[in-house]
Design a protein. Structure first.
Length: 248
């Protein structure tokens, strides 16, 4: 073995140790940072979400003005009928699952197997939608879906169902750049969220698959039919759940 090789081997081992150390720290950060984020947001209502931020960036690069309407409500201010409406519209097994509705996922897979040429319909729960809109960019990839699943598990573990519903109702998009039930009620019906009727709550919930396309205040025949079904399904859905100390 030459002197040159003898000197080179410790350098290689040092570089390898540095790479492993960096990789270990990066992996630890990727695990711990989401936990910290979820713990903080159990008690603090965010002024902005990842969805709002990236939508703003899109508007900026398109040469459009970067504006959005968003107001956070406490749980005591939250309209019961809107909570019932979104559970009826988006996630009727919300109180029974732990972040993922396996029944709905299986139903979607069976439907896709019968009609493989159609795009597979979504089966996201309210918890998954909170994770996606609150923390992640609106980019479609398997990696993002995996990160979304991790955030969903953390949300279900550290937050109560009440907190998940409160967060969802405060950040869900109800019209282009209009986020949350308070801003949505003012935009569509020119009133505060706690003043909306049951039918108005159902109309707000009926546009959630695509608020960029549909309007709660100018409903198409499809939205009227959908809101009518939601209104019927709201009966018997609880609007209040146990308070685990989340912020008012």
């Amino acid at each position: 073995m030459t002197v040159e090789n003898t000197v080179e081997e410790p350098k290689v081992r040092t570089r390898t140790k540095k790479i492993f150390s960096l990789a270990w720290k990066l992996a630890l950060g990727l695990i711990l940072i989401p936990i910290l984020q979820v713990l903080v947001l159990r008690f603090i209502n965010p002024p902005i979400t990842a969805m709002m931020f990236f939508r703003g960036v899109d508007h900026l690069f398109s040469g459009e003005s970067v504006t959005f309407s968003h107001t956070n409500l406490s749980w005591s201010e939250m309209p019961d009928n809107f909570i019932q409406a979104v559970v009826a519209a988006e996630d009727q097994r919300f109180y029974d699952h732990h972040g993922f509705d396996m029944t709905e996922i299986e139903n979607a897979q069976r439907e896709h197997a019968r009609h493989p040429n159609r795009q597979m319909r979504g089966a996201s729960t309210i918890s998954q939608q909170v994770a996606k809109n609150l923390f992640l960019p609106p980019w479609h990839s398997f990696i993002r879906k995996g990160i979304e699943a991790y955030y969903t598990l953390l949300i279900e573990f550290f937050w109560s169902k009440q907190r998940i519903l409160q967060m969802y109702a405060n950040i869900v998009e109800l019209a282009p750049s209009v986020y949350g039930v308070e801003a949505g009620a003012e935009y569509h019906f020119h009133k505060s969220a706690n003043q909306i009727s049951n039918s108005e709550a159902a109309q707000l919930a009926s546009v959630l698959p695509n608020p960029m396309r549909w309007s709660a205040s100018k409903p198409s025949p499809y939205i009227l039919r959908r809101s009518g079904r939601i209104l019927n399904q709201m009966q018997g859905i609880p609007a209040d759940v146990e308070d685990d100390g989340e912020p008012d």
